[in-house]
Design a protein around this ligand. Structure first.
Ligand code: ZN
Length: 431
């Protein structure tokens, strides 16, 4: 065990975080300039490798190899190949191992920017307005990554370094499979705790639980016809909509009070079914032959991804028997998330320590947050039994238009991580 942080070291670390404030913003700007959507993460991963080198660490690439992960219960079916987008990790090794080890984890992938013309400023050109930095991924979760990097840098600037192993893991596909996190976790030794600086619900928060998620894809092939013989055709787009409608009752059922786990009590409508994509049709004057819808189904704690998958199979099979769909063929595929829900241990020492430091530096508090979305935290919790503290800067409009992060809030999170790392790991004189 390590001792409480020495007041002199604490002051020096906080002063160093202050001194690095502009540097942190510039690092965030460089990361936001990388349009690291699915399949395009290379620029952000290369940037992270440079950042780790700048800390005096040696970055290492960790490939995501589906064949090696397929038997793992946390594995999700991939959407695209993994070549050219290896995760990046770096490890700080102390001179003398005195304290507890720590992993700092963050995903570099971002969700698509949506309608770019609706953004006030272009999504990959970071701009600061009223103390907030705007750009896709600024909040989710490049600011969090910058916070843990700056925290480590601040210890060094204060003439210190962690007296325990500190891993940094920059991973891909948090937004669609989690396979990057799984690959990196399995490639590294287990640590005594993990910090993941994911943004909360727009106010200071510590993730206390998260739902699971299953992604499914339904492809309907109808019967083509000219619109003048519309009755002769079977409209694949209408058929796909009819199948989607079946999920309304399911969603209502899964949100019934008796199905809601204690950790989600008080959360309005935690289990969400989202139809996120639709593609189909060929021509305005042709009855469409084929339509494909992509859906995301939430999984309540106490229920599993496998059960949800079976529910989706049953609902789609029932829908396919509807007389209105006669003559159509319906194909169901599972690609992307096959993720179980989890509960985080709010009594874990890493959690209480981070909450304490946050309260000291910010005057606010990290409230417990049962999330209706998910993070990579589930891997460490469910499959490694490692305590996770998942908390990050104030972000707005993540996955929306004009995503932003509050820079004061990012600074608070950096200060919190720096003090938590110093106390958790202990400190020694910088090498
Ligand atoms: Zn995220």
């Amino acid at each position: 065990m390590t001792e409480p942080l020495d007041p002199g070291a604490r002051r020096a670390i906080l002063a160093a975080v202050d001194a690095l404030r502009d540097d942190a913003v510039h690092t965030l700007e460089r990361l936001v300039r990388c349009p690291s959507t699915l399949g395009n993460e290379a620029s952000a991963l290369n940037e992270m490798a440079r950042v780790y080198e700048g800390l005096g660490l040696t970055p290492r690439r960790v490939p995501t190899v589906p064949e090696q992960l397929a038997a793992h219960p946390g594995f999700s079916p991939p959407l695209v190949p993994y070549e050219g987008r290896d995760n990046v990790v770096a490890v700080h090794v102390p001179r003398e191992r005195k304290g507890r080890s720590l992993a700092l984890q963050g995903h570099v992938d971002v969700v698509p920017e949506g309608a770019a013309d609706m953004w006030e400023t272009p999504p990959y050109q970071p701009v600061i307005r009223d103390g907030r930095l705007y750009g896709r991924g600024a909040g989710d979760m490049k600011a969090g990554i910058v916070s843990y990097v700056s925290a480590f840098k601040a210890l060094r600037l204060a003439g210190l370094q962690p007296a325990a192993e500190v891993q940094m893991q920059s991973v891909i596909e948090e937004e669609c499979t989690g396979n990057g996190a799984l690959a990196a976790m399995l490639a590294m030794p287990r640590t005594d705790a993990v910090i993941i600086p994911e943004p909360g619900p727009g106010l200071p928060a510590m993730y206390s639980a998260e739902v699971g998620v299953v992604w499914a894809w339904v492809t309907v092939s109808g019967r083509p016809a000219h619109v003048r013989d519309m009755q002769a055709g079977l409209n694949a787009i209408k058929a796909a909509n009819a199948i989607a409608a079946r999920f309304e009752d399911y969603q209502a059922e899964m949100n019934k009070a008796e199905r809601i786990h204690a950790s989600f009590r008080g959360v309005n409508h935690p289990v969400n079914v989202n139809f996120g994509t639709i593609e189909g049709g060929e021509w305005n004057s042709s009855v469409p032959t084929r339509a494909r819808i992509g859906m995301r189904v939430g999984v309540m704690m106490g229920y599993t991804a496998a059960q949800t998958k079976a529910d989706i199979e049953r609902l789609v099979a029932e829908a396919a028997l509807d007389p209105a769909l006669k003559g159509a063929t319906v194909k169901l595929e599972f690609k992307g998330f096959m993720a179980d829900p989890c509960v985080f241990d709010m009594n874990a020492p890493i959690v209480t320590m981070a909450k304490g430091h946050f309260a000291d530096v910010s005057g606010g508090f990290l409230r417990d947050y049962p999330a209706t979305g998910l993070t990579d935290g589930r891997f460490f919790t469910l499959y490694q039994d490692t305590p996770v503290a998942c908390f990050g800067p104030d972000a707005q409009e993540i996955h929306g238009i004009d995503e932003s992060v509050g820079l004061d809030s990012m600074h608070d999170i950096t200060r919190t991580i720096a003090l938590t790392m110093a106390e958790w790991c202990g400190v020694e004189k910088a090498a």
